[in-house]
Design a protein around this ligand. Structure first.
Ligand code: 3UK
Length: 543
């Protein structure tokens, strides 16, 4: 075991016991990491050292553009501020708080350089949630966008551990930029161990106490050499764009780590609802997109009329979908609109990024894909034994990354016998494709039949009237549960009993009739998390 660089050993002291950790696999040659590794050296400084410093790294609306050398200058200055002015010692946790923008990336790299542990927070979080995160991670430092000051100040009043806070982007004379201006010159990165924690990623889970997953410098680099080169295959001239917040590891990877690993550039949007994402894709000539299935669905029509893809004279050539199951209907819609076959991938905060996926040539509607090189995946029966192909069971994975909850008994739920159990029900086909069914706790049992919500949702979405929908099991005296659908209609259609019957008949004609929604309720919108995930549980509870 290499010596840690951490002086504050908080994270190391709270790792799960060795027997509770997943088994880690490092079978690929590119996963042979040295004992000492700092991901900022690898992802940022390496490019400048290799003479690529003037390449464009970050772009944002309003003409902001930073080269790799400029990002290094900013990150080095902030690292000096953290160490000299804010008293950071390696291993301290640093809360980061901003919408996706270049300064947030500079702060993230500064924390890596200084040997700190970055704690990203979604911009919409409230003081109560921030205070929980600060308490759980014993966070002592924060770098925060001035625009998000109010909620952090409220959290700070309840958080004695948080003693060092600096704001950027504001007018105050004591802001982060004023401190940065007093420092110049390179920052000598802390010589971190490959297995020093550098990231506390809180799960986007929607209920109960937040869980903090711990990731090492080595894990960050592992995420860059599995899915990206083996499945996505972007190149240095690609321009990345997308919607997930950098506090969500889907966004951190897709919009910072992966482009920077290959010396490409990335467009950072503070808000990226579908219309803005399309507009910015055209403005910046973006070529690689990361967003969620609902966003692709909402953009399809605009993508067609505005000709954003290469096939139509635009620039977009690769699109990654994750965060939720990709309905086959959405895959087809996007392909018809753009000529682009989506790269679906399942990832998880616990696993850092995507571990099952398929490239454009190997995509199969209704399947997420196969295990990404570096990972192994299987479907387990209720006894934790590998289930035969064609059987529905619990998805289990292992690879170079895996679940380490910070001081949390729920570690024993996610990791069993060395496998990471993601909480998803899957079926593996005879040729190794993994077909998503539902979250294990989302399976509907109606009159003895198992019915997976996403399958019914996919069938409904093929109807022209349906903009969005969500399917749940609703308690029923006779059948235990019945299938109930919540439907958001397209503007051109109106709710009513006739449409209910039409949708029911439509589903019966599309999939096995017993799966049809016996109840349908029309809604203006559906409850979603900030990461775009449908909150089915909020539809289940009354009110
Ligand atoms: C679900 C999917 C079917 C699945 C994530 C890419 O979503 C991410 O992380 P979270 O911790 O949630 C994990 C859970 O989300 N899921 C994600 N992608 C898919 N289900 N098909 C998919 N393609 O239930 C999983 O267990 O929020 C995604 C990269 C990094 C991430 N953190």
């Amino acid at each position: 075991m290499p010596a840690t660089s951490h002086i504050d050993t908080f994270a190391r002291d709270r790792l799960p016991a060795p027997e509770q950790q997943p088994e880690f696999l490092f079978e690929l040659p590119e996963l042979q990491f040295p004992e000492r590794l700092n991901c900022a050296t690898e992802l940022l400084d390496r490019h400048i050292d290799a003479g690529r410093g003037e390449r464009v790294c970050l772009r944002a609306p309003g003409g902001l553009q930073w080269s790799y050398a400029e990002l290094q200058r900013q990150a080095d200055r902030i690292a000096h501020v953290l160490t000299t002015d804010m008293g950071l010692v390696p291993g301290n946790r640093v809360l980061l708080r901003a919408a996706n923008k270049p300064m947030l990336v500079a702060c993230w790299f500064a924390v890596m350089k200084a040997g700190g542990i970055a704690v990203g927070t979604m911009p919409l979080l409230r003081a109560k949630e921030l205070a929980q995160i600060i308490a759980k991670g014993e966070v002592s430092h924060a770098l925060c966008d001035d625009a998000l000051r109010a909620e952090l100040e409220l959290a700070r009043a309840q958080s004695p551990a948080l003693t060092q806070v600096r704001y950027f982007g504001g007018a105050a004379a004591d802001g982060l930029e004023a401190l940065m201006a007093r420092h110049s010159g390179r920052y000598a990165n802390v010589d971190t161990a490959a297995d020093d924690t550098c990231l506390l990623a809180f799960t986007s889970g929607t209920t109960g106490q937040p869980k903090a997953t711990m990731h090492f410098h080595r894990d960050v680099m592992a995420s860059c050499v599995c899915f990206p080169p083996h499945v996505m295959r972007a190149v240095a001239d690609d321009v990345f764009i997308g919607s997930p917040p950098l506090a969500f590891t889907f966004g951190l990877g897709g919009l910072t780590l992966f482009p920077m690993h290959i010396g490409a550039s990335t467009v950072l949007l503070e808000k990226a609802p579908p219309a803005e994402l399309l507009r910015a894709t055209r403005e910046f000539g973006a070529t690689v997109m990361f967003t969620a299935p609902t966003s692709y669905r909402a953009m399809a029509e605009g993508a067609r009329t505005q000709a954003v893809s290469v096939a139509h004279g635009g620039t977009l050539r690769k699109c990654v979908s994750a965060g939720e199951a990709l309905p086959a209907a959405t895959r087809a819609l996007w392909r018809e609109a753009t000529g682009i076959e989506l790269i679906d991938g399942i990832g998880a905060t616990e696993m850092l990024h995507i571990f099952i996926s398929a490239d454009e040539a190997h995509a199969r509607p209704g399947a997420t894909g196969v295990a990404v090189p570096g990972y192994r995946a299987c479907v387990m029966d209720e006894h934790g034994r590998e289930a035969p192909a064609g059987t529905i069971g619990r998805l289990a994975v292992k690879g170079p990354t895996g679940c380490r909850y910070l001081d949390d008994p729920r570690q024993a739920d996610y990791v069993q016998d060395g496998w990471n159990y993601t909480g998803d029900a899957y079926r593996m086909s005879a040729d190794g494709y993994f077909e998503y069914q539902s979250r294990t706790d989302d399976m509907i049992v109606s009159a003895g039949y198992n019915i997976a919500s996403p399958e019914v949702e996919d069938a409904l979405m093929r109807h022209a009237a349906v903009a969005e929908c969500a399917v749940i099991g609703s308690a029923d005296a006779e059948r235990g549960q019945i299938v109930k659908a919540f439907v958001v209609l397209r503007a051109s259609h109106s709710a009513g009993d006739a449409l209910v019957r039409e949708l029911q008949d439509f589903v019966k004609a599309t999939i096995a009739p017993y799966k049809y929604p016996r109840a349908i309720e029309f809604r203006e919108s559906l409850p979603r998390t900030e990461t775009g995930k449908l909150q089915r549980f909020r539809l289940r509870s009354p009110g």
